[in-house]
Design a protein around this ligand. Sequence first.
Ligand code: HEC
Length: 509
Amino acid sequence: MSTTWKTPSRRRVLKALAASVVLLPQVSLSAIKRLLPANKASRDFIEHNDLPLALETRRSAYGQGPITAISQFFVRNNLPMPEAEIVADPDRWTVSIEGAERSKTFSLAELKALPTTTIGSVLQCSGNGRAFFAHSPSGSPWGVGAAGCALWTGVKLSTVFEHIGGVQSEARFITATGGEPLPQGIEPSAVAVERSVPIDKGLDDCLLVWEMNGEPLPLVHGGPLRLLVPGYFGVNNVKWVRRVEASSDESSNKIQQSGYRMRALGERGNASHPSMYRMPVKSWLNGPGASGEALAPGTHQLFGVAFSGERGIDHVDVSTDGGSSWQRASLYGPDLGPNAWRTFSIEADLSEGEYLLVSKATDSAGDSQPEYFPANHRGYGHNGWRDHALAVEVVGNAVSAKRPVVSPVDMGVTVAASVSAKHVGKTNQEDSLGKRLFVETASPPCGVCHSLEAAGARGVIGPNLDELRPDARRIRTAIAQGVGAMPAYAEQLTDREVNALVAFITSTQ
Ligand code: HEC
């Protein structure tokens, strides 16, 4: 094969591109806005990112029932979504099932002909609660709302494998690959969403699902077809699933090998760190008072949700005095299984004053939420009860008394916006070095993935930096360590180059 490309890495990238990569069209900013799902009511969400889409359900939007409606369900994508046309005729979607005695590509219509099942299960982002960590980890600063509980309908993975002779004997993992279009010019394994879970989990519990709360699975939630790994953190529940393999090894992709690993502050992820799998016991109160409104003195039904991956909830205790004294709450509503959340409530007589309302759940194995959850590098897995407190004020004239309450999440956004003041004192020379790195000389250049008007960049893999307006600290951290699909540049860029990039990006704000 003759090629004009000289470096082997370039050739490898191109070969991989030719094999599997769909080139992304250049998307204009107005088109990005149109990618936002139409069925989401914006007042019920905190929008952390439009690319990749990150919408957090407001605490006040959960309601009291055990099921989170699709219109209120959080969204977290790792990459831009596939085109909406894939849900126009869902039955034509195909998924190849590999590592079986007789591997086969199934259409969704064929999967629907196999025995069907429905389960209740919580989906929760690994970074839910990240806003409560003091060290401001990279990534969306989720409060409580990167979680929801839905009814999922589909077919058990074990049924699919049995249909084609069962898994091959050397299989140790179930590895699922998402159907997102991949960015041009980047090694697919660095960004493609592909996750592995232990084979026993895959065959005992996992489903391929095409309905959510009785509706065809919407595009933003991975429709027409996604993997459901009940009780495991969100990233494992691969959306737009294209391929499921009973594999002898874990995926070699970055998102599996180093991403989504629990590790100490300052440590880079590697395969020796625990993967974000089972969700530990957690609970929080959703009201009343979650939107910051003051309450009137008198009797109130405090309500919230509690869950623990694979285990279900034994009991929930609630405190109205920040954890000094506790009372047992009642679990109400249906028990939708060990991976769904339980709704709980307790009556509280509240006179005028300020209250810190907290809940602490205990699961069927006897594990309780800790009071504090240790800081970890990416801000994963927070289930400490104290940080999840709901602060309310009870005042005599509650109707007219509107407290200017700022939730931790809103606060994060405000702080980030206010410190991203215009960079002053830069030299034009440093500025142009920063711009060159951004559009051209960093490898890969930032502009491949990010939009930034001053650089003429229109990448659509990562956040639009004109909208995100990251402050210097956030830019430095992202460059040094990488975040999500973004690679780390620590070993590639000199201090001067990093400074130039930071100066350039902040000067555009
Ligand atoms: C391969 C695509 C890609 C490249 C190349 C890339 N980024 Fe990113 N970047 C992303 C994605 C995706 C995110 C969002 C990650 C997430 O939230 O999951 C991101 C996030 C960020 C953030 C926000 C971090 C935070 O705290 O949330 C900053 C700042 C940033 N990138 C700057 C840069 C700079 C500067 C460069 C070039 C040196 C660069 N990126 C190169 C994909 C990329």
